[in-house]
Design a protein around this ligand. Structure first.
Ligand SMILES: [Zn+2]
Length: 457
């Protein structure tokens, strides 16, 4: 523990602090957005004092997968913007998000600059994963340029109209690896999905209860197997978005066992819900790709979250409205897959993780902050340590909540919510982004968020 040379500008006092190496009763001093002191209770003094008595003081959460103000297939965009969505994230403890540069024709650099300008309205810090939909000489050069700009992690779709075919996936991994980036994938094998959907159709209608069988786990497994093969060939790290269950995760573990650097996230909805949701009257809400899987898969994912073999728990937030989803109420093939979840991610992870005895506080901090910061090269984020960014949440474990779609306080920003009605406890008293209070009394965070230049390796 270090005593401050000079008096910090503010101190978080009286909390139970989860530092990078330790856990206990400490005061945390902050100056100019950085942590400058961690000392025994009462030893750090400052003009501004945040009362953390009864609270856990931990690094803010990192959500590595959001689609804020996202272009929808039906036209228009999701019903939020970077200002409102990140304010909701901050209100529930998240202090950094990684969103995307939508894939498109033309200059990817221009697309990235446009998206960075939009993201400038954020309340918390942010970076972006560029989506790559095609490869050519220009794209290859742009990938290297994006990495030098600090946009170092990418996303490629293996299905949908914007997908890359096998030969391009292999080429992309080689190009990204040579440039020092982290190639990432929405991994569902397109040909096998086409086959599974055809089989589903021969046995009945494409109604919501039959959605999961149209996208079985083996399609994820096959896609990941292909990707990790190329990762091994080019000695490249790879990232797998939204791992839904044990078919996918088992393939990742197999690849790791032979030395491939596979990093992967799951999402809050795969941890909170199981596939019985599709049998419900409002089963349409849960049409998300890949689908939510069985209770057995859910248990396996929780184990991987606890032991840190997954790298993050993301929201995959996409702010559809009920009207956007309604086209597919009777036919899942007509529905835009996805759900809002940027605010609920962290309280759900806490409630179903720590409160349910599945995670210790340390394991929660690892999966929610430390590991994602390391995975994506987010520099001084993800830990409470002298010199680190003061991205800190003062978390009241006793504060109870009932997630209610109609309440502004608990909203993910839409008029429907897959967590509606769930009750739990644990929420922020304060959220600080580089020392600035972005949630709590005396909030002063609008437009405070800054771009984080990633340094993957
Ligand atoms: Zn997504």
């Amino acid at each position: 523990m270090t005593e401050p040379d000079t008096r910090p500008q503010q101190v978080i006092r009286g909390g139970h602090v989860v530092t990078a190496h330790d856990e206990g009763a400490f005061d945390v001093g902050i100056t100019d957005g950085r942590i400058v002191a961690i000392g025994a209770p009462g030893t750090v003094t400052a003009d501004r004092v945040l009362d953390a008595r009864g609270c856990i003081v931990m690094p803010g959460g990192i959500d590595p997968h959001t689609h804020i103000a996202w272009p929808l297939a039906s036209g228009g965009t999701g019903h939020d913007d970077f200002g409102s969505a990140t304010a909701r994230a901050a209100a529930w403890g998240t202090t950094a998000v990684i969103d995307f540069v939508p894939g498109r024709q033309g200059s990817l650099i221009a697309a990235a600059e446009e998206r960075l300008e939009q993201a400038g309205a954020s309340v918390i810090d942010y970076t972006l994963h560029p989506v790559i939909t095609e490869l050519n000489a220009e794209r290859n050069a742009e990938i290297a340029q994006l990495i030098s700009m600090g946009l170092s992690s990418f996303k490629v779709y293996t299905t949908y109209d914007s997908r890359m075919e096998t030969a391009d996936i292999r080429r992309f991994i080689r190009v990204a690896a040579e440039a020092g980036g982290l190639p990432g994938f929405h991994a569902e094998h397109h040909a096998l999905l086409t086959d599974a959907l055809a089989a589903t159709r021969t046995h009945g209608p494409t109604t919501i209860p039959r959605f999961p069988q149209s996208r079985p786990g083996h399609t994820e497994r096959a896609s990941i197997r292909e990707i990790v093969g190329f990762a091994e060939e080019f000695d490249s790290p790879v990232y797998i978005y939204h791992v839904s269950g044990l078919d996918a995760f088992g393939q990742i573990q197999e690849a790791r066992s032979v030395g491939v650097d596979v990093r992967a996230e799951t999402c809050a909805h795969y941890l909170v819900h199981d596939d019985s949701a599709y049998q419900r009257k409002d089963g349409w809400k849960y049409v998300i790709t890949p689908p939510i899987r069985s209770q057995h898969d859910r248990d396996g994912l929780w184990q991987a979250v606890a032991d840190g073999t997954l790298n993050a728990v993301a929201s995959d937030h996409c702010c559809y409205s009920l009207a956007d989803k309604s086209a597919g109420f009777q036919d899942f093939t007509a529905m835009e897959p996805g759900a809002p979840g940027i605010a609920s991610r962290m309280p759900m992870l806490w409630n179903f993780g720590v409160n349910s005895g599945r995670l210790t506080t340390r394991q929660f901090v690892d999966i929610n902050s430390r590991i994602p910061a390391e995975t994506f090269g987010l520099g001084d984020k993800g830990r409470i340590e002298i010199g680190a960014d003061a991205d800190i949440v003062v978390w009241d474990p006793d504060a109870s909540w009932t997630w209610s779609v109609g309440e502004p306080e608990t909203a993910n920003g839409s008029d429907y919510d897959i967590y509606d009605g769930i009750a739990g406890h644990g929420r922020p008293r304060y959220t600080l982004s580089r020392g600035r209070t972005v949630f709590g009394p005396e909030v002063s965070g609008a437009g405070h968020g800054q771009f984080i230049a990633q340094r993957i390796r």
